[in-house]
Ligand binder design. Structure first.
Ligand SMILES: [Mg+2]
Length: 315
């Protein structure tokens, strides 16, 4: 939708508010930055989600955060008074497991990600390789070829069928080299990306460099294109449309706080989109954004605006 038409949900006329609330049966929402942030739940989100449920909306949560165990997800939602089924929570570690199963992966998986992410793969029965954790001493570098080939190629190690990259705060050049070697040694080795965010907002004072840059380096170094199983990936879109039996995508509303990940993903799926300004995107960033497929249909301050919307249409 063109920027000039982009409006705040609460600026709609009463009739438009009614039409909007009637225009979707399912609401799929991002989590970090819209349901909660690093300090706790976004104020009003519990009431808003309850109202949406009471009004017959089906809820699902599509996060790019595969660094949280399912028990932690369930507990966080429980505190908000909503009890989504595990089936209704989707994140890159889960979709990676699903994808590896779908391609019948029998080989080992080299993983650049957090331990929590790797545990999802291990508990699904996959052999996970990681590291290296030891460092190459400066004095060994002049013996380049021999040292590097010892360090990066494991002649007697298991065959690696996939390289998986998600968020890893301990990522190093050694990990990138290891991944590149696996991709080069086996032309059938898959390159899989979880979250592809370039910037991960923590709070107003700090952003973290996300895995997007590293995935791009690996794509360029290996000449391979990653299968993206986080937002806004095409492979994730296919999973989501199938998993939730979406037949009329325009009757699904996607909510998120990031323009490329959330709004880009919503566009890819053919969903309606609302950007919440409660997370990683300010109104200034929204207005300055130039990629039309990453823009929302409407925006709102936070989930709390749904409380007002329902109040307005009730009068
Ligand atoms: Mg978010």
């Amino acid at each position: 939708m063109a920027k000039t038409q982009m409006r705040h949900l609460l600026d709609l006329s009463l009739e438009e508010k009614r039409a909007f609330l009637d225009s979707f049966d399912m609401l799929m929402s991002d989590c970090d930055g819209v349901v909660w942030n690093f300090t706790g739940p976004i104020p009003g989100v519990d009431r808003a989600l309850q109202l949406l449920k009471e009004n017959g909306k089906k809820l699902a949560f599509i996060s790019n955060n595969g660094m949280r165990t399912m028990a932690e997800y369930t507990q966080k939602f429980h505190k908000l008074g909503i009890e989504p089924q595990q089936h209704d929570i989707v994140h890159p570690a889960l979709t990676t497991v699903k994808y590896l199963k779908s391609v019948n992966m029998r080989d080992a998986v080299y993983c650049i990600a957090t331990e929590v992410f790797k545990d999802y793969l291990r508990s699904a029965g996959f052999t996970v390789l990681d590291g290296p954790t030891d460092q190459i001493a400066d004095e060994r570098i002049p013996n380049g070829v021999r040292v590097f080939s010892e360090y990066f190629s494991e002649a007697d190690g298991p065959k690696v069928g996939a390289v998986v990259v998600d968020i890893d705060v301990n990522i190093s050049l050694a990990h990138m080299m290891k991944a590149k070697c696996y991709l080069q040694q086996n032309r059938d080795c898959l390159l899989i990306a979880g979250a592809t965010d370039y910037i991960i907002p923590l709070d107003s004072s700090m952003d973290v460099i996300g895995p997007g840059y590293f995935i791009e380096i690996l794509e360029r170094a290996s000449g391979r294109k990653a299968v993206v199983l986080g937002k806004p990936g095409q492979a994730l879109a296919e999973f989501i449309l199938e998993q939730f039996h979406v037949t009329q995508p325009e009757r699904t509303l996607f909510i998120g706080d990031m323009l490329p990940q959330d709004m880009g993903f919503g566009t890819r799926c053919g969903f309606q989109k609302v950007l919440m300004l409660s997370g990683g995107t300010t109104k200034e960033m929204l207005l300055a954004h130039s990629k039309p497929h990453e823009l929302p249909d409407f925006y709102a301050d936070s989930f709390a605006d749904f409380i007002q919307l329902y109040k307005d249409v009730a009068n």
